[in-house]
Structures are given as C-alpha cells and as structure tokens.
Design a binder for this molecule. Sequence first.
Ligand code: HEC
Ligand code: HEC
Ligand code: HEC
Ligand code: HEC
Ligand code: HEC
Length: 469
Amino acid sequence: MKHKKYKSLHVLQGIFDIFRFKRLKNSLLYLPIILIPLLFASVIFLTVYVYAKVNASNQNADKKYLYLKKLAAHKNTHKFLNIYWKTPVDEGKPPYKWPEIQKSLSPSSCMACHYDQYEEWKNSRMAHSMDAGVVAQLLLKKMTSKHWKPWVMSCLSCHSPLAEYYIKHNKYKGLDKKEKYILKNGTKEKKAMVIALNALKIPMNKGALSVSCATCHVRYYRRFGPDIKKYMKQGKVAHGGFVPSKAFTKSYFCIKCHQLPSDNRRLKGKLFENTYYEWKNSIYAKKGISCETCHTPNGSMAFKSIYNKNFVLKAVTIRLKKVNINSANVQTILSLTNSGVGHDFPTYTTPKVILNVGQENIKGKVIKKSVKSYIIGWSVSLNLKKQYFDTRLKPFQTAKLIYDRPLVEGAQYLKAWIYVEPESHYIRFFKAFLKIKRLPKIIKILLSEALKQDLDSKYLLWEKRIKIN
Ligand code: HEC
Ligand code: HEC
Ligand code: HEC
Ligand code: HEC
Ligand code: HEC
C-alpha cells in the first residue's frame, strides 16, 4: 500500500513510465492526465489565435468604417461617395450581439421596421434589377465563356453590387431551403431563375439580389442614411443607430449607376447613359433640385420613373391645337413639352413615347390610313452601332406632331393619343434573341418571361377625342 503523500510522486512515475514504454498497461490510466492539459492548452491557444484574427479583421473593418463615418460628416460629399460606392460593396461581418432581424441584410427584414419604404421599394424598378432578362444574359455569358466572371461582375456593379461580393469572395454556400422548395414546387420560370442563380453562384436571399436596401444603406453592417431630424431624435433604438450624411440628398449619390464614365463607348459622340450630366447641365442643377428631390420625395423609396403614368403626366405638358377643317383636310398639332423632367425625356435608349393623331369612325374604330405618329426617344440598332433617330427632349423642349390629312369618309372624331413603352428597346432585343436557333432551354424560358413583362409595361398616357363630323 502506498501512502497518500506519495500519490503525486506515483503519478509522476506513471508519466515517466509512459515515455519509457514501461508498464504500458498500467500507465494507460494516466494518459488522460497528460492529454487533458494538452487539450486545454491547445483550446486556449486556438481561442486566442482566432480571437486575435477576428479582432484584427474587425479592427480593420472598424477602421474602414470609422474613416467612412468621418467622411460622411464632411462637407465634400464627393469624397465620401467615391469610397462609399466602391464595389463589390463591402458588407463586413455582423456584430454578433445583434438580434437576427437586425443582422439580416434582406429587404424583408428591413420591412419589419421600415414598412412604407419596403412597400414602395418592392414595386420600384430597383427591386427588379435582377429580373429574368438580366439573369438570362448573365447565364448565357457563363455558358459560353470561360472568362465570365469579370463580365458578369461588371453588370452586377450596377444591377446588384452585393451579389458581386458573394461571387468575388466565394461566399456562395449553395441552395438554401427556400430555393430547394422552389425547385420542387415552383413554376418553370421560378425554377429557371433558381437554377440560373445557382450556376452563377448568387444567393437569392440574404439581400444580395437587386439594388436592395442594403446596397444603398449598409456598409460594414452599419446603416447610413440622410440626416433626417425626426430619426436623429430617436437615437440608437435599432441597429446601433445610423450614420447621417448629406450625401444622401445629392445627385452625385446616383452617379455610380446612372452615368457611364466619359471614356465609355459612344454613338454619335453620345454616351448611352448620361443622366447625371444631362441633369448637371440643366436649370435644375442650378436651382439645387437634385435627383432625390424628384425621385425620392419625403423619403419615398418608390423611385418613380417612366413606368408611372401620373409621375410622367405631372412632368410633361400636352397640348392639342384647335382642330381645323380646311379644304377637306383635317389639321391640328399635338405637342408635348418636357416641362418637369430633370434630364432628357426620356434619358435612355430604352423607352419610347409615341404621339398619335388619327380619325375615328362611328363605331369608335381608328381608321388606319388616317393615323400619323411621332416617336420621342433615342432609337438605335441592337448592336448599338447605328442610330436611327434621336428625338429626346431636353428640359423645356417641345415635340410636335403636325397633322394635316384628308378627311376620311365616315370619320366622326379626331382622336389624339399618347402611348408609353418603357422597355421598347429591350422588347426588340429579347425578340431578336428568342429567334436564335438552339438557344438553351433555360435561357428561352427566362427570356420569354422577360419579354412578357416588358410587353406588359406599355400603357396609355393620355388621349382626347374631338367631334369633327
Ligand atoms: C447600385 C446602383 C444604383 C444606384 C446607386 C442607383 N440606381 Fe437607380 N437603378 C439602378 C438599376 C440597375 C436600375 C434598373 C433596374 C431595371 O430596370 O432592371 C435602376 C432604375 C432606376 C429608375 C427607374 C428607371 C426606369 O427605367 O424606369 C430610377 C427612376 C432610378 N433608378 C433613380 C435613381 C436615383 C434617383 C438614384 C440616386 C438616389 C439611383 N437611382 C441610384 C441602379 C442604381
Ligand atoms: C452603369 C450601370 C449599369 C451597368 C454597368 C449595366 N447596367 Fe443594365 N441597366 C442599368 C440601368 C440604370 C437600367 C435601367 C434603365 C433602362 O431601362 O435602360 C438597366 C437596364 C438593363 C436591362 C433591362 C431591364 C429589363 O427589365 O428589361 C437589362 C437586360 C440590362 N440592363 C442588362 C445589363 C447587362 C447584361 C449588363 C452587363 C453587360 C449591364 N446591364 C450593365 C444600369 C447598368
Ligand atoms: C428592429 C427594427 C429595425 C430594423 C429591422 C431595421 N431598422 Fe433601420 N431604423 C430603425 C429605427 C428605429 C431607426 C431610427 C433611427 C434609430 O433610432 O436608430 C432606423 C433608421 C434607419 C435609417 C436612417 C434613416 C435616416 O434618417 O437616415 C436607415 C437608412 C435604415 N434604418 C435602414 C435600414 C435597413 C436598410 C434595414 C435592413 C437591412 C433596416 N434599417 C432594418 C429600425 C430598424
Ligand atoms: C438606390 C438607393 C436606395 C435604395 C435601393 C433604398 N434607399 Fe432608402 N434612401 C436612399 C436615399 C438617396 C434616401 C434619401 C431620400 C431623401 O431624403 O430624399 C433614402 C432614405 C431612406 C430612409 C429615410 C426616410 C425618411 O423618412 O426620410 C429610410 C428609412 C430608408 N431610405 C430605408 C430604405 C429601405 C428600408 C430600403 C429598402 C426597402 C431602401 N431604403 C432602399 C437610397 C436608397
Ligand atoms: C425635376 C425632376 C427630376 C430630376 C431632377 C431628375 N429626374 Fe429622373 N425623371 C423625372 C421624371 C418626371 C421621369 C419620367 C419621365 C422620363 O422617363 O424621362 C424621370 C425618369 C428617370 C429615369 C427613367 C428612365 C428614362 O429613360 O427616362 C431615370 C433612370 C432617372 N429619371 C434618373 C434620374 C437621375 C439619376 C437623376 C439625377 C441625376 C434624375 N433622374 C433627376 C424627373 C426628374
């Protein structure tokens, strides 16, 4: 029997014996005594190591955040915005103490507390910037080119800057529950969308798709927004408060995606996207009326545009001159003035606005041969190499349709009407694509969906009838 006193000695002996491979059978009992401290040591070492790493990267993100915060308060908003709009947008890591809903970057999580903004945004074009037409083009590139990434990322830098982050940093983790559910139960269009995004390594949720709330408002998980007094008073109620900046009410905020750099491709000397400079050279810039004054009034996130009938009606002046019947000819002038659009009307090659005047028979049918039309827009060939016409209106310019046609037998009314085709260019573009033989099936499904949506966007802006007989 050994005395208690010698127990520790005994243990040491045991350890010693292990190393000498003596009494191996007995000393196995002592194995845990070595392993446990060893395990402890390595756990402590690892924790310290990981902590230091995380801390360093957090500190790095913190440093970048603090720098951005400093710039946000600066008078020179351009300096702040040039860094703020570097893409892929650096989302950083969520502060781990935050509740899940405040960590999430998805627009539906913002909805919980910013309901109005969410509802408005959801119906805006911003929420549709990654619809079928765009995704089809991206997927086609992936299918046909080994070097798809830079091309796709260049599109994403405007259409979905957060998604670019997921591709660049290999953060894509595969299909999530919701996507798997769609693959099983969705329509063929929705399934095609999931398959395409999966191939492109873009997560559907996480707020990465479209020009989301986080795209414009979140950097390093901190919220940035305009310095609205009512919010400033509430203080840090949610997501650690927010960083206010005057930059959010300046036109320069929008430049990243609505103005191509001056060294970009041109047609007849004109950039395909020149909205910022159209505005800058207009009276609106001089008067201090910014993009936000018109497009985000009172903090609205609806980004109304050519899609919204009443928005357009308020910004144009339409006149129909008194109708004359002169030596059996019907004469009038239909005119449209850009009286409230802060840039060219329309600004891109995409929309067309079509003025029409014609005669209508007693049954309310327009007599085809009597119709005269005039198109406002910038019409270019699909390869963007040829210009057919450019009849866009600068602020306060007027388009005129001069009507002087023989009075047709049976005509009862003169009818003047104006249509808007918000996606005219893309309708032609998608139709041409769909004619290609052996187009992969998934691309076909997506493009047909895009074409359908674009055809549906056409609407009647205005119409008037005058009795002539
Ligand atoms: C991160 C890029 C990005 C920023 C920043 C951005 N936009 Fe956009 N915006 C887009 C994209 C992409 C679309 C087109 C979506 C589509 O139709 O597929 C769009 C669409 C629009 C439309 C609708 C266009 C149409 O064809 O009907 C308006 C209006 C608009 N943006 C205004 C603004 C204003 C004002 C700002 C600044 C406050 C702004 N945008 C900032 C990317 C951006
Ligand atoms: C500088 C920002 C910017 C870049 C880069 C950009 N786009 Fe766009 N794109 C826009 C804006 C703004 C609109 C909406 C205005 C319009 O309708 O023309 C748009 C519209 C579109 C549409 C029509 C949307 C619809 O619903 O029919 C398609 C398709 C599209 N872009 C594809 C692409 C592809 C593909 C690329 C990459 C090669 C790309 N875009 C690069 C800003 C951009
Ligand atoms: C749990 C509720 C909650 C959620 C979720 C939430 N917010 Fe907020 N947010 C607030 C409150 C409350 C304020 C008012 C300022 C404050 O008290 O911090 C605010 C303020 C803001 C502001 C500043 C407004 C200004 O005047 O500049 C922005 C921008 C913002 N939130 C964006 C977002 C975005 C984007 C998301 C989703 C990614 C989001 N918030 C999610 C509650 C929330
Ligand atoms: C294209 C960029 C863009 C997108 C996308 C966007 N915002 Fe904004 N947001 C802005 C700008 C710019 C302002 C400043 C508007 C102003 O004051 O005229 C603003 C203002 C706000 C405000 C302050 C509103 C107030 O009362 O004045 C909140 C809150 C907000 N946004 C939340 C959101 C949420 C939530 C989403 C998504 C559902 C969203 N934003 C999408 C650019 C954006
Ligand atoms: C004085 C008000 C006003 C200002 C300022 C203004 N817009 Fe617009 N914008 C409109 C109206 C009205 C429309 C709808 C008619 C149209 O499409 O031109 C529109 C349409 C658009 C469209 C739809 C596409 C198209 O082809 O027309 C985009 C994109 C857009 N604006 C972006 C901007 C940007 C970016 C700025 C700032 C550089 C800006 N707007 C400044 C009033 C304004």
